[in-house]
Design a protein around this ligand. Sequence first.
Ligand SMILES: Cc1ncc(COP(=O)(O)O)c(C=O)c1O
Length: 396
Amino acid sequence: MFQQVEQAPPDAILGLNEAFQRDPATDKINLTVGVFKDASGKTPVLNCVKEAERRLVQSEATKSYLGIDGMPKFDELARNLLFGEEHEIVTSGRCATLQTPGGTGALRVAADLVKKVSANVKIWCSDPTWPNHPSVFRAAGMESVTYPYFDPATNSVKIDEMLNAVRSMPSGDVICLHACCHNPTGADPSPEQWKQIADAVYEQGLIPLIDFAYQGFGDGLQEDAAGLHEFCRPGCELIVASSYSKNFGLYRERIGALSIVATDEDAAQRVLSQAKICVRTNYSNPPAHGAGIVATILEDADLRAAWESELTEMRDRINSMRRQFSEMMSAKCPQRDFSYLAEGRGMFSFSGLTAEQVDLLREKHSVYIVRNGRINVAGMTDDNIEQLCDRIASVL
Ligand SMILES: Cc1ncc(COP(=O)(O)O)c(C=O)c1O
């Protein structure tokens, strides 16, 4: 069986990270992987997480299985964080939430569910998008296609082209949207553009699948949900994949949630019963630890306040690095406009570097950037930013 198996290509981003680890240079800089780093270049465990874990160790009474849809308290808190506990979508009971292994798990269960209940629909992803989106959707048997999104000439959303594309998508298809901090471009729609997108999506009879991997990394927990809330309309159907990898720093614990909004409670329960079959035949039921941490923090007023303040610190650092990067690049290359670096949101930005320039930076200067030019600004520190800007300026 295995003798004839071909070598698969390495993951584009994780492969580069491995090359970075092997590079003996002492002044190497890694802007590849999508994890937050603090001012000392570390990906820390949040203090509120450590405290929640201490409490969990003391109170945990069993390691028996969770339900197929996870911990009910976690599901409720995850839903409230998205919509607000007073929202009609929550109070009506027309939203079913399942705890999933990370945001990726939520996306995969969503795709399995859509395939199960509506076999022939396509899923539309932004051009460009997180490379794992089409891979996950195709692994579930869905056809994944793209809509225009990012204009490299203006470093912003091509809203007119995007809306025209939405208006020609077949009714019933699914459109995947990044709620905030678009990965890989950092370019999000404005509030007015979100309204136009939601109008067009619903007029066309599409189902929005909103990928919410960075809530709190852009402008704030509530502010970042503004795009999602444009889609929360009476009688709407919508799917949300949330991740707590970034905003709780729980990457390796694999904790996320899938929320499915149906037109009424009865439909939501029926859809939940189908989603549970997708989970049962895949990983059976989710791991407990990450959900225990998130629920402990969100449930306790003090821990929640501590979390929000640590999240604000992470966000402030990202936005401060964006501003410094933009100012420094403008000073070093005055003939180019780098204002978009400061205007974008989240950890990622398109640098405008070509694949050849990216290769040169890696080979000559030990600066590691994804070949499409995506930069993780959280990889910058006060100590390396000047050197980094000099090296980028030298290849531009
Ligand atoms: C846009 C986007 N969606 C989903 C995910 C998945 O996150 P998780 O690690 O929780 O599976 C990521 C992670 O990088 C992401 O960037």
